[in-house]
Ligand binder design. Structure first.
Ligand SMILES: [Zn+2]
Length: 62
C-alpha cells in the first residue's frame, strides 16, 4: 500500500508530495527532493495494520 504524504524539504523548504510505501513496515531510506534534488533522509513508522504513524525527515548529513 502506498500513502501520499506532503513533506517539507529540509534544504530548500518547499513542500511536495511523496508516495510512501507502507507495506514493508517501518523503514529508513533516502529520496531526492523534487525541487532542489538534494538527498532527504526519510524515517517512517508503520503499525501492523499498515497505518503510517510517523514520518521524520532530515538532511542526510545530520
Ligand atoms: Zn529541496
Amino acid at each position: 500500500m502506498v500513502v501520499i504524504q506532503t513533506v517539507q524539504c529540509p534544504y530548500c523548504g518547499k513542500s511536495f508530495e511523496s508516495s510512501i510505501d507502507v507495506s514493508g513496515g517501518s523503514q529508513q531510506y533516502i529520496e531526492d527532493c523534487y525541487v532542489c534534488c538534494q538527498p532527504i533522509t526519510f524515517r517512517t513508522s508503520v503499525d501492523y495494520d499498515g497505518n503510517l504513524l510517523m514520518i521524520e525527515i532530515s538532511r542526510e548529513d545530520d
